[in-house]
Design a protein around this ligand. Structure first.
Ligand code: ATP
Ligand code: MG
Length: 553
């Protein structure tokens, strides 16, 4: 499959490195910080990193970048592992940056000994001042020329807990006039008296991202360290540490992060949505998280296909969420079993039908020969969708109307004879006759009808709750929209239909089934289901109705 496709620029680099003999095999890593649940942007990074190793016979580590004790948690570690596995990938090794704290500390000592790092007592404001601006050189810290011995003593005292948060930092000694601001004596260690989710209170100094990431890559012999574009200015520092420490020469490569319409994709913002209860948790089916998408009924195959289709770019862009939905729809069309569910029931009484509990058969999936058939009970009293009937119908209305005929899917043709109303004029039921010779599969009636309706037998139907989801945000480019991102939340993004009627075959199905409810869309069973009440999520509509809505305004 990928043979005919042209290589992306990272694959080109990998192929060149393999053919030149620079590496015998490649090692990549996926390095999430366990401070939230993974989102579809992470899926892109996962597919890229694991995809490279799979394609070129290398391996991928799952590394938790857990150097910030305050925001990280084991709950997130577990969810990340679940999500990566669910997406269909297996990591070679499970690693933690926190496992390297001792080694990173030794690296810092080595820099101090080489006179390439110093302890600075300056306040954070003073350090910011010293940095200068992109057009103006910075100034040296008054502590920059401390002796090696003094630096060693102070850094060890920092580790021993002799100072409070913010009292001292360790900085790399590079060049305060460097054109790249990241090279102007960056902070590499800070004091933080906080409980770490893995190391507890063993440490009160923690390495900064730049001092942990490249060194962790080197420790694991990562050959190609792939990250997003905002790390381009960090690359010089990444290389500098590796060079000065004389460790494995991992290399960093950058690609464009995934941005998608009508959604946000930063863990910080997703956390706000959860904490402020705009959604019902990280796995709310409207969220851009992997767990939300999984709960909504998206398949791992569809997400991988989406990541493959969007490719690897060198420039930031905004991807239409419609493409993701297209991939989901395309996969579900192949695997979803067809079922009938009536959302807003209108009773139909077949006045000439005398059978009881007649069993009809219908195919589970016309797209899949092996999916088999299911039984559907038929009876005198049925439910159809209320909006499949019109008392005064316009021309070319092919659904049910007085005197008009329709086919009931996999059953018979019926004709509407009489409309029954209550005192207020509300239609309560329709009296119809069925055509006995018109049974699906053995129709000898010679009658042609244009409309086919879904239906359920009233007596056999199972009540269900159906949850319909819409976009969580009203604007396309949420990240660049005016004001706070939460100003753009679509408050009508969840519609609950609490009294739908489903055909009984749904009860017997396994919980990981995907369904197409005929004429309604694709659905899956939600974890809120109980023995008494089935709850279904609409995964995606049958067609892209959104594009039309937007045009209508
Ligand atoms: P967020 O801003 O959502 O918290 P992050 O980059 O801080 O994202 P990390 O846990 O540090 O999250 O990311 C792990 C890996 O996933 C990194 O290599 C990062 O570059 C990548 N990644 C994160 N977001 C995206 C995205 N939108 N598109 C592609 N890759 C991403
Ligand atoms: Mg991060």
């Amino acid at each position: 499959m990928s043979e005919e496709k042209s290589l992306n620029f990272i694959e080109e680099i990998v192929e060149a490195d393999l053919s030149s003999g620079k590496y015998q095999s490649i090692v990549t890593r996926f390095p999430p910080e366990p401070n939230g649940y993974l989102h579809i942007g992470h899926a892109k990074s996962i597919c890229l990193n694991f995809g490279l190793a799979n394609k070129y016979g290398g391996k991928t580590n799952l590394r938790f970048d857990d150097t910030n004790p305050v925001t990280e948690d084991t709950e997130y570690v577990e969810s990340i592992k679940d999500d990566v596995r669910w997406l269909g990938f297996n990591w070679a090794e499970e690693r933690y940056a926190s496992d390297y704290f001792e080694q990173l500390f030794d690296f810092a000592i080595k820099l101090i000994e080489k006179e390439l790092a110093y302890v600075d007592d300056s306040t954070s404001e003073a350090i910011a001042q010293q940095k200068g601006t992109p057009t103006q050189a910075g100034t040296n810290s008054p502590f920059r020329d401390r002796s090696v011995a003094e630096n060693l003593e102070l850094f060890k005292a920092m580790r021993a807990g002799q100072f409070k948060d913010g009292e001292k930092v360790l900085r790399a000694k590079i060049d305060m006039a460097h054109p790249n601001m990241h090279m102007r004596d960056p902070i590499i260690y800070r004091i933080k008296h906080a409980q770490h989710h893995r190391t507890g209170d063993q440490w009160c100094i923690y390495p900064m991202y730049d001092f942990a990431h490249g060194q962790s890559d080197a420790i694991e012999n990562i050959t190609h360290s792939v990250c997003t574009l905002e790390f381009i200015p960090h690359r010089a520092l990444y290389d500098w540490f590796i060079e000065q420490l004389e460790i494995f020469p991992s290399k960093q490569y950058e690609f464009a992060r995934l941005n998608m319409t009508y959604t946000v994709m930063s863990k910080r913002k997703l956390l706000q949505l959860v904490n402020e209860q705009h959604v019902n948790g990280w796995d709310d089916p409207r969220m851009s998280t992997i767990s939300g998408m999984r709960r909504r009924g998206y398949t791992a195959e569809a997400i991988r296909e989406f990541c493959d289709r969007i490719g690897i770019a060198k420039r930031d862009n905004l991807i239409d969420v419609g493409l993701l939905e297209f991939c989901v729809r395309e996969h579900l069309n192949k695997i979803a079993v067809r079922r009938m569910v009536v959302f807003d029931p209108l009773k139909v009484v077949l006045t000439n039908y005398e059978g009881d509990g007649e069993i009809l058969w219908s195919e589970n999936n016309p797209e899949d020969q092996n999916a088999g058939n299911r039984q559907i009970p038929f009876s005198k009293e049925l439910y159809i969708e209320r909006d499949d009937f019109m008392e005064v119908a316009p021309k070319k209305y092919f659904r049910l109307a007085p005197g008009q005929m329709v086919r009931l899917k996999s059953a018979y043709i019926i004709r509407c004879d009489e409309v029954i109303k209550d005192a207020s004029g509300m239609i309560t039921e329709l009296h119809c006759t069925y055509i006995p010779e018109s049974k699906s599969g053995s129709d000898t009636s010679g009658i042609n009808v244009k409309g086919t309706l879904h239906w359920v037998s009233a007596r056999h139907a199972v009540k269900a709750e159906v949850r319909l989801y819409d976009r969580l945000f009203k604007v396309e480019d949420v990240g660049n929209a005016e004001g706070d991102f939460k100003d753009h939340i679509n408050t009508d993004s969840l519609e609950v239909i609490s009294n739908a009627y489903a055909e009984p075959a749904l009860v017997a199905d396994s919980s990981d089934n995907r369904y197409q409810f005929l004429r309604k869309g694709y659905f899956c069973l939600d974890k809120d289901s109980t023995a008494e009440k089935l709850v279904f999520n609409r995964t995606v509509t049958l067609k892209d109705t959104w594009a039309k809505e937007v045009k209508k305004g």
